[in-house]
Design a protein. Structure first.
Length: 429
């Protein structure tokens, strides 16, 4: 996985989860690797020879469920996992559970309750429960669903809770036993010391022209622009697209496919800007995000911390920019010194190196990543060096290709077959 050494929090969590007998609470800032902190020991505690689900990971949203399952799969541990979430039928997921026979399931509380109620997951075999982003689960009103879920697990042996903010009060329904509390939160240091903090003054109240100038000055680096409302995300996305930027819009009002398209384009380098509500401030593990831009100032310190936690992950550096309008002031909870960012005027709109293809066939059609590489090279005229990240889902696949070769690929693959099957190949806009 390209990781040379675990950090102190991960080593501590690994020791307590793997070698201890107590329940464990891990408190650590965003971007410190909490997913691996519980997955590395957990996969060693599961029986790879069994076809039964032995552990559940509760997450607040589908994106975190999918990303966590992807991380687990990339570990190559021999443990099978599956993500379960709303937005698709429970029947389809039941079929996948029967086919994949996962030992570990990541899911949202409502969907996990559904599978337990229908007997799709045997509640009597579950030994371990993980609640990731525990504070977020409570904040989003999942108390009742989590209470019902935990009440259905009579053989539960241990509980592992993870949070990026302090959580002194744990509801009684979690039924924590003797607990090891691993607190790696640092008081009075809300901002990572690897993050450069800037203020950017805007002469106009809507700040859109200033945002465009800032993004032009940042070049081809990856930026997330945070706003507080869904309609503001749509308006800002439309404005930047008209200026010539390649963007992704992301908020809770979009359909699942639209949200997946947006995240995939941004994470594979096909868009340089992700415009989002605070939905993107939690549960997204996209490496190499260079800049966090607060187009709307954060409502509170917790919101700010989670937004900025998307950059400077692990040992990387990052920058955050507070756009300040003529009637605004930088919030008082920002204790770190701010530098004024004086960007040079620029008229060049940065363009991403990659573009994303949608391919209308997937695992259900016996299509693999290797099949897609062969198809794009043989039929699309690409070299392997011109193909980026490929993700294959059950019914479709995404592939990143060099942007300047996109139209060539679309033209050459029109009407062609992949493994003898005709398919749709189109760009993700």
């Amino acid at each position: 996985m390209g990781i040379n050494e675990l950090n102190a929090m991960q080593q501590d969590a690994m020791s307590h989860i793997l070698r201890g007998r107590n329940d464990v609470v891990v408190l650590s800032p965003t971007g410190t690797g909490k997913t691996l902190a519980y997955l590395l020991p957990l996969v060693q505690m599961l029986d790879a020879q069994s076809d039964a689900v032995q552990a559940l990971v509760i997450v607040p949203g589908r994106e975190l469920a999918l990303q966590s399952a992807t991380v687990q799969s990339s570990m190559g541990s021999g443990i099978r996992s599956q993500a379960c979430y709303g937005g698709r039928t429970a029947m389809d997921e039941h079929k996948l559970l029967k086919k994949n026979r996962p030992q570990l399931v990541f899911g949202t509380p409502g969907r996990l309750n559904d599978h337990l109620d229908k007997g799709n997951i045997d509640a009597h075999i579950i030994k371990y429960i993980v609640i990731d982003e525990f504070d977020k689960c409570l904040e989003m009103g999942f108390q009742d669903e989590m209470s019902r879920l935990l009440g259905k697990l009579p053989m539960l042996e241990r509980r592992f809770l993870l949070s990026a903010t302090d959580t002194d009060i744990i509801p009684r329904f979690v039924e924590m036993g003797r607990t090891d509390r691993l607190d790696y939160l640092v008081e009075d240091e809300p901002l990572n010391d690897r993050v450069e903090v800037y203020s950017v003054q805007s002469p106009a109240k809507d700040k859109l022209e200033t945002l465009a100038q800032l993004l032009m000055s940042l070049g081809e680096t990856q930026s997330i622009v945070f706003l507080n409302y869904r309609d503001s995300v749509e308006r800002t996305d439309e404005f930047l697209r008209k200026q010539g930027f390649v963007t992704s819009a992301f908020h809770g009002g979009l359909e699942q496919r639209q949200r997946e398209d947006a995240l995939y384009k941004f994470s594979n380098g096909s868009a340089t800007v992700l415009i989002s509500t605070d939905l993107a401030s939690r549960g997204l593990d996209i490496p190499h995000i260079d800049n966090i831009i607060h187009h709307h100032l954060p409502a509170n310190e917790e919101s700010m911390v989670h937004r900025i936690g998307r950059t400077a992950r692990w040992d990387q550096m990052g920058r955050t920019f507070f756009l300040v309008g003529p009637e605004e002031h930088v919030p008082e909870f920002i204790n770190n010194p701010l530098s004024t960012f004086d960007f040079p005027p620029s008229t060049k709109i940065p363009q991403p190196r990659m573009a994303t293809l949608y391919i209308g066939k997937g695992k259900k059609d016996k299509i693999s990543k290797g099949d897609i590489v062969g198809f794009l090279c043989k039929k699309g005229g690409l070299e392997t060096s011109e193909i980026g990240r490929i993700d294959v889902s059950d019914r479709y696949a995404y592939a990143a290709v060099k942007r300047e070769r996109l139209q060539q690929v679309i033209r050459l693959t029109r009407g062609e077959k992949i493994k003898g099957i005709r398919t749709v190949v189109e760009p993700v806009r």
